[in-house]
Structures are given as structure tokens and as C-alpha cells.
Design a protein around this ligand. Sequence first.
Ligand code: AMP
Ligand code: MG
Length: 401
Amino acid sequence: MNAPLLPVAEARRLIVDDLTPIAVESVKLGEALGRILRADAAAQISHPPADVSAMDGYVVRCDDITNVPQILRVIGASAAGHPWRKSVNAGEAVRIFTGAYIPAGADAVVIQEDTSSTEGNVTINIKPKRGAYIRPAGQDFKAGETLLKAPHRLSARDIGLLAAMNIPRVPVARRPVVGVLSTGDEIVLPGDPIAEGQIASANGPGLCAFVAAHGGEPLHLGVVKDDPKALLRIAEQVRHLDLLVTSGGVSVGDHDVVKGALNSAGFKATFHKIAMRPGKPLLYGRLHDLPILGLPGNPVSALVCALLFLGPALARLQGLAGDAPAAATARLGAPLEANDSRADHLRATLTYKDGVPIATPFPTQDSGMLATLAKADVLILREPHASAAAAGDSVSIISLN
Ligand code: AMP
Ligand code: MG
């Protein structure tokens, strides 16, 4: 009897626990999108810096306007970037524009639409409320206030906020440098001559793109034959990387040389097989200090395992927790048979009927079929031993987009 296979969540935890966040570097805001902020960010200035107008109009003293219409003398103008520096006294108003400082003595803005102007005067046609259309100093945030907590993946909105906080550079995790090596006698790089029995490497370019999309810096190491010596030569050359990802050769066939080759050089495996489909063979461990993730060769298995394990590993290296991809729920679009002892991940489309998400699995789930992976919107998650499910039943999904 074989030992029970490692559950998916446990395998992910073992990987994430083995990795430690890498160094921090300072980058300009223009380079910070998608990077992981590694120190809390506190505002350098208040926003707005003073009481400012939220509209174009006239800034007045409420006490002057007991009855309307009320004529006031216009003594000047305050525009954004060009404050009016004198104060407003009884019977006076100042022309004001959005973003301009509120002059001393005034306490409300009357919008242009509620006034009529005559030479040197303005007629106020409504009774303003105190503070109307005035954005108080620091209404958005105050100098010294911590607005972004680390660790945090920076969005375009965050970048705008940091800029408003007058922060030109931020400390972020260095991009983890990840080597991607495909193994297999039959694998050639796309575009190279393909001899009989050979196929183009989907995994090399696909995994490099995955690494880049998850904040890493991919280093495409190309293809190595099913030759232990050649594999080890490359592994030794890349000992300085943050992570090495291999594809293929981790199963139990005669040509699956990855584990044996690494073992002969002192590799310490954390685990080798997990209870999931697609992709039972999955190897993780360290060769000296280099963490190595050995993905299965089948391209769907490789990319699904990347989503479940490489994504969290990259997150962890950048200082995040390395959680599982977020799951949501949908209704099943087609019935499913009972599951066996391995967690299953079914490629499915996601459509909406009356606002309800419906996940419909592709009828054939062979792990060599990359086109359905590209077409799929989600993976349907099936726990080990999940019972048969009918169309309309609720299922867990994770997004592929
Ligand atoms: P393996 O895990 O090496 O036994 O490979 C399993 C299957 O995946 C075989 O059909 C391989 O030809 C295929 N395969 C392995 N590596 C790649 C790759 N880089 N790109 C596309 N298919 C691959
Ligand atoms: Mg192979």
C-alpha cells in the first residue's frame, strides 16, 4: 500500500513556510505598479493642504446673507495655485475657483449657478449653509497619517494616493529572479526545427509569463535533455537564483530523471507527490540553498500547479502571506461524477444567467489539452472524495484571469 498523498493545502504551506521574503529596494512611483510595498507609507503633507473650495463660485460670509437676493462687493479672486491673501470683511465676497484657498473671514462658497454678477458686485440668490462647498484642510488625509500598510500589492489607485502624499519613491520587494528550465528529450523551443517525435515547449514560455505576471523576473533557461548530468550542470550554475522551477521528468518513468539527478547532488526533498489532479508528481525541496519546484511536464498540470503553488511561492518571496488563490462560488453548468482521493481542478467556462455565475466544465479534461486551459475562465475545485454533483449545485471556483 502506498503512503497517502500530501493534500494540496499542506503542500502549499510547506513551500511557503520554507521560503523567506527577499530584500527590499527603493523604486520610483513609475516603476511601483504591482510591486509589494514593504514598509508602511505615511503622508508627507496634508490633503487638502488648507481649506479649499470644492466648486467655482463666490466665497462669502454667511452672516451677510440674511435675506436673498443679497448684493455683495467683489474684492478679488482666489484661484487654485493663486490664493487671495487678504481677508473678507462684512459686505464683501471673493470670486473663487475649485481648489483655491478659502480666504480668512469667509465661511461658505456659493456656486456660480446660484449667483448673478454685475460690474464689481455679485448678487447671491440663495442662503448658504456655513461650510458649504468648502473642503476642510486635511479632509482627505493629514500629514503623518499612515495610509498604506505593508505588505501590500500596489495598484494604480495606490500609486495616485502615494503621489498625493508627496512620496516619490517607495520601498518594495526586489523582483524574485526565477529560473525556468524545461526537461525532456522531445522538447524544443518554439520556432526551432522540430524533428520526428519532438514537440514545442509550452511550459518554458508559459511559466516565464506566469512568473512575470506574479511580480517575478523570469530567467528562461531553455530545455535540457533527460540527462542527469546536464540537468545538474544547469542547477549548479543557477545557485544564486531566488527559485528554480523545472518542468517534466518528475514522475516515476524511466526517463524521469529530475529527482534522481538532484538527489545525487545532495537535494533535500520536502515532498514529491501530492493528492491532486492535474499533476500528481510535484517536487519541492532545496539543493544547497536553492529552492527548487519541480512541476509535472503535462502543460496543463504545469500551469495549474503554477497557479496553486508557484503563485503563493512568489507572493511569499515578495513578503506576502502566500495564501491559496481566492475561491468563489458558482452554480454547476453540467453534472459531475463523484471524485476519487485526489483534489480535482476542472477547466470550465464562466457565464452568467440572471446574474448568477455558472461554471461549466469542458467535457474532456486531459492534462495535455492546453487549448481548453487557455479558453477556460475558472477552475472548478473538487475536494477529494466529493460526491457526485448535479447541474445547478454550488461549487468552488478559482479565477484563471
Ligand atoms: P513528463 O512529466 O516529462 O513525463 O512529461 C509529461 C508530458 O508532458 C509528456 O507528454 C511531455 O512530452 C509533455 N511535456 C513535458 N515538458 C513539456 C514542455 N516543456 N512543453 C510541453 N509539453 C511538455
Ligand atoms: Mg519528460
